[in-house]
Design a protein around this ligand. Structure first.
Ligand code: ASC
Length: 151
């Protein structure tokens, strides 16, 4: 019994200590994962942004559902930027992501905070409120891309 609890504890400790990268079998999978998350986030955010700019007709339900999806997805990419995931599949991540991780994480957190605001704004059903929040998210995307994405 003692042995079993020690083993369970050791496994739990290992699971906590394991780097986020450990959830991916290979760097290619991590890159594909974060690119997929970014794509899904962009598609959902882009739908709301198109309504905010008048390129698409405003549909409060679609805006709300899309913003909720974008907000959830905004939490996903970050676990897939572990050490050694700069190469393994065609990607535009700059080396600064790993050499200036604190700044990268700060930008990532700011974007997620803007997504929370967008989701709340979309729930109000007010297009003007959504427009402001779309501006916040777009700015956060751009700030990070300018610093950490190639071209
Ligand atoms: C998008 C998208 C981005 C941001 C950015 C906002 O829809 O793909 O990277 O918005 O263009 O400035």
């Amino acid at each position: 019994m003692k042995k079993l609890s020690a083993l369970v504890l050791a496994c739990a400790a290992a699971a906590v200590a394991a780097p986020a990268a450990a959830q991916f079998a290979k760097p290619e999978d991590a890159i594909k994962y974060r690119q997929s998350a970014m794509f899904l986030m962009q598609q959902n955010f882009g739908r709301v942004a198109a309504m905010a700019s008048g390129r698409a007709p405003f549909d409060a339900k679609v805006a709300s559902d899309s913003a909720a999806a974008a907000e959830f997805i905004s939490r996903l990419p970050w676990a897939a930027y572990g050490e050694g995931t700069d190469k393994g599949r065609d990607n535009r991540a700059k080396p600064e992501i790993w050499s200036d991780k604190a700044k990268f994480n700060d930008y990532a957190e700011k974007m997620q905070a803007e997504m929370v605001k967008l989701n709340a704004a979309a729930k109000t059903g007010s297009l003007d409120t959504i427009k402001t929040a779309v501006g916040g998210v777009g700015g956060a995307c751009k700030t990070c891309h300018d610093a950490f994405r190639k071209d």
